[in-house]
Design a protein around this ligand. Sequence first.
Ligand code: HEC
Length: 183
Amino acid sequence: MMSKKILNLSFLILTLTGINAAAVETALGPKLGRAASAEEIARWEISVMPDGKGLPEGKGTVAEGESVYMSKCLSCHGPKGEGASADQLAFAQMELTDDWPEKTIGSYWPYATTLFDFNRRSMPMQAPGSLTDEETYAVTAYLLYLNGIISENEVMDADSLAKVRMPNRFGFIDVYEQEKTAK
Ligand code: HEC
């Protein structure tokens, strides 16, 4: 009888201390860092949608982009985006349907706006996020020019970039549409 009482009592104590510990944890949080500041969130909020939503102000020319490319991209992507230690970015000789397809900006990417987003957030590889918006517009323009998609004198900004039609724009299969129609 006595031992059962002790057991009950220790169960009660354990439960209470358990509850206490949980309450303290909630108050302190899981200690996984600190809340991001509004300024930090704004810096990370850089997504550009296919339709151009999210593109910043600014502009860039092909000529300006060439000089950005020469100083910040050439070492890895080679002269005129022909590829070196990193991916070939232009001048695909093989089609996507060939045995050895060459996936370049011109042969593969469906949206020029995504190219802007990618360049701004992740290139150059060793210093992602270091390009200014103007440099990003310019180098994006240069890469589109190398791929024969825009002419040498076109200027890329939020408006003109969103209007660029990529050669492989309709080469992707929408699996979600397929799933819908299969039902
Ligand atoms: C230090 C080497 C390095 C430098 C410098 C560099 N890149 Fe890259 N780049 C890479 C690597 C590696 C990849 C492949 C990354 C991956 O697939 O995740 C890549 C991928 C890319 C791609 C995607 C290619 C594709 O079709 O998948 C683009 C576009 C690109 N880089 C543009 C640039 C631009 C623009 C610059 C200069 C502002 C630049 N890169 C500088 C190494 C580099």
